[in-house]
Ligand binder design. Structure first.
Ligand code: GTP
Ligand code: MG
Length: 182
């Protein structure tokens, strides 16, 4: 008797958000358990594949981490196609980066209107700035999961990618607690 290999479903997910918020660092921490203090400016896109175990089986994520600097916009749009879910990443120590999330959402929805989204507040290890517009964002984007992470210490990173895998694969999400403030 031969046993058929079980094929693991593959989902494309995007990490988007302003330059320097820590998208590459989050992907690196999740895939390689590494963190670098020095700047690793992404030119265009970085890409990694990693298996994630969910309660009812394995999925594979292809993680596309795009360059956040404004001048890469045209390049970024060409990478959004086919993505199932996106993490909108901002920097908890910079309120501007949260205020730009609406623009990021519009940019990806122009290419993939049905993309599932979550919001990630990164750099939790640094001092927080207040984010006055966070309540308004979540009133508009109800039922969007929110997690806080540190790519430096690893806090919240597994939780973030597990949520992203659940969103991408259409698993039903547990109710998500939202604080409405950071
Ligand atoms: N303290 C702290 N620093 C972080 C964290 N995440 C990233 N950094 C630092 O922030 C800087 C930018 O991180 P990147 O991961 O390159 O940011 P990015 O979002 O990929 O930036 P672009 O590629 O330009 O879009 C680097 O110096 C990182 O070491 C974090 O959680 N805590
Ligand atoms: Mg990067």
């Amino acid at each position: 008797m031969t046993v058929e290999p079980v094929s693991i479903p593959l989902y494309k997910v995007m990490l988007i958000g302003d330059g320097s918020v820590g998208k590459t660092s989050l992907a690196r921490q999740f895939c390689e358990h590494k963190f670098e203090e020095s700047r690793i400016l992404t030119i265009g896109v970085d890409f990694q594949i990693k298996k994630v175990e969910l309660p009812d089986g394995w999925v594979k994520l292809s993680i596309w981490d795009v360059a956040g600097q404004p001048w890469f916009q045209v390049v970024r749009e060409s990478f959004y196609r086919g993505s199932a879910a996106a993490a909108l990443v901002f920097d908890l120590s910079s309120h501007e980066t949260f205020d730009h999330l609406d623009g990021w959402l519009q940019e990806i929805r122009q290419v993939v209107p049905q993309v599932k989204i979550m919001v990630v507040g990164n750099k939790k290890d640094l001092e927080h700035q207040s984010h006055p517009n966070i309540g308004a964002f979540f009133q508009k984007e109800t039922s969007v999961p929110y997690v806080e992470t540190s790519a430096k210490t690893g806090e919240g990173v597994d939780e973030m990618f597990t949520l992203l895998a659940k969103l991408a694969s259409g698993r039903i999400l547990p109710p998500v607690e939202k604080t409405g403030q950071v």
